[in-house]
Design a protein. Structure first.
Length: 111
């Protein structure tokens, strides 16, 4: 579990360093494989938001720059904090992945 937290933390740090980390657009030109990879990253942010919420840390949202990526990620993070029935890391991952797939219009992965 420490490895997952460490990996999620590393993703948060890398996302801040890479400006294109949330530049995904939900247009028809994006292949489903790219949408699935993006939703896997959103799932990781959902998991980190769950751990942050459980430890009483404040919500960390992204500056919305008009891209679908920042908006989708923020929606997921806010839902994690607002919905107390999300009571396990697995539920947080599922919410993140499913919300992203729905908003991106992708079929999603078979995880």
């Amino acid at each position: 579990m420490k490895c997952r937290v460490l990996a999620s933390s590393a993703l948060l740090v890398l996302a801040g360093a890479l400006p294109h980390a949330h530049a995904a657009k939900s247009d028809d030109g994006m292949p489903d494989a790219q949408k699935v990879r993006f939703c896997e990253r959103v799932r990781d942010f959902a998991l980190q938001a769950y751990y942050d919420r459980e430890k009483g840390r404040p919500m960390k949202v992204f500056v919305e720059d008009g891209s679908a990526g920042a908006h989708i990620t923020n929606v997921v993070i806010k839902r994690i904090y607002d919905e107390v029935q999300i009571s396990s890391p697995k539920k947080a991952e599922t919410l993140g992945r499913d919300t992203c797939n729905e908003m991106m219009g992708s079929k999603g992965s078979s995880e």
